[in-house]
Design a protein around this ligand. Structure first.
Ligand code: SAH
Ligand code: SF4
Length: 367
């Protein structure tokens, strides 16, 4: 007779195979120990994946053929596949990736003279429902795994044959709300910053959030963590709640409190992203309130002229208004930059204003 405490007979479900790109050197080491190999081979495998950026088993010539075959039976080596790439006049390339379940995400490769910046997705879709954002309108489909986050980086670096002649910056400003996927995000962060692999310094990684206070507080607990950017996009609760539903849960005051207690290193600033929507967020009063908000904690402001998409109902601001807001912030002593629609900062009038701004506190050079 079966008792209530008897476990049901296990069903033959799918065998879950980990993806090698989402495993730390320690986890790879344990895997190899289980195969009767020494643990240090885990580091060897990890550096093949993240330093050599090998993507197929036959490239792992540091491991014997027999061991490769046994590994292949245990772990996947599946990378996001690039299905579409579009390069814009300014040199940045948008890639569309297909994941193993056929879902698609986007990443952007932006080359600069002194660095390359990769814009990454953290989720398929997004649950936050910001009214001006195309991703927000699609709703949330699922979180990305650590392997899929790491995979975007390796795939883009390989596609562009990046040789680390210039340092790599990573920004989580693609699809999704990274703080809704903090566990996988931080697992990927550990892999991407590991000295045996890409060794990207934590200060070169920025996570952008719509303002999940519980997520910001959790992020602040990690001793090693990425930099923080906050999408402000509104300067009164009434206005912000209208375009960012998250503001009804954590309003501007709760957000400022959480940013104020976020542990920063010396010289570190929180980036306030501010999308300029014509007639909605781009008034001079908004600029003044934005300056006052930015002064409450060490911050810099990134103005983002709205990037129009079909059916959004919003329009980009006038050029003259962008300059006026930029000037207003500079004169208020706030470091400010303008991000153009393709994701590249422009060293136009605004950048010059920053350099000439008399009231600017000396700023550490951008990492
Ligand atoms: N979910 C995170 C990160 C992804 S969105 C966040 O919201 O911060 C990255 C940035 O793009 C955010 O600052 C967001 O406000 C901005 N954004 C979204 N849609 C935009 C659009 N159509 N034009 C310009 N910026 C947009
Ligand atoms: Fe878009 Fe970011 Fe808002 Fe999500 S949180 S809907 S990605 S702006």
């Amino acid at each position: 007779m079966a008792h209530t405490w008897d476990l049901p007979a296990p069903e033959a479900g799918p065998i879950l195979r980990p993806n090698a790109a989402g495993l730390s050197p320690g986890e790879l080491g344990s895997l190899l120990v289980n195969l009767g190999e020494p643990a240090w081979r885990g580091k060897q495998l990890f550096s093949g994946l993240l330093r050599q950026r090998w993507t197929r088993w036959e490239q792992f010539t540091t491991l014997s053929k027999a061991l490769r075959a046994r590994l292949e039976a245990q772990v996947d080596l599946a990378w996001p596949a690039i299905v579409l790439s579009e390069t814009s006049a300014d040199g940045s390339t948008k890639h569309v990736f297909r994941l193993s379940d056929e879902r698609q995400i986007e990443g952007v490769f932006m080359p600069y003279e002194d660095r390359v910046t990769l814009c990454l997705s953290s989720q398929v879709g997004c649950a936050m429902g910001c009214t001006f954002c195309a991703t927000g309108q699609m709703g949330i489909i699922r979180n990305l795994s650590a392997a899929e986050i790491v995979g975007q980086v390796v795939t883009m670096l390989n596609h562009h044959a990046h040789s680390f002649d210039r340092p790599v910056n990573l920004v989580f400003m693609g699809m999704g709300e990274p703080l809704h996927n903090l566990d996988h995000l931080m697992a990927a962060f550990e892999i991407l910053t590991d000295a045996e692999g890409l060794a990207i310094p934590p200060r070169r990684i920025t996570v952008s959030t719509a303002g999940l206070v519980n997520g910001i507080d959790r992020l602040g607990i990690y001793p090693r963590r990425p930099r923080l950017a906050l999408s402000l996009n509104g300067t009164t609760d009434e206005h912000r709640s209208r375009i960012m539903p998250v503001n009804r849960v954590w309003n501007l005051e709760a957000l400022a409190d959480s940013l104020g207690r976020f542990p920063l290193q010396s010289g570190e600033r929180i980036t306030l992203e501010y999308v300029l929507l014509k007639g909605v967020t781009d008034s001079l009063e908004d600029g003044r309130r934005l300056a006052a908000y930015a002064r409450r904690f060490p911050s810099k402001v990134n103005l983002i002229p709205f990037n129009p998409h079909e059916g959004s109902g919003f329009e980009p601001p006038e050029e003259a208004r962008i300059s006026a807001l930029c000037r207003l912030l500079v004169e208020a002593g706030i470091p400010v930059s303008v991000r153009r629609s393709r994701g590249q900062d422009v060293a136009g009038a605004c950048g010059q204003l920053v350099r000439e701004g008399r009231f600017l506190k000396p700023q550490k050079p951008e990492a």
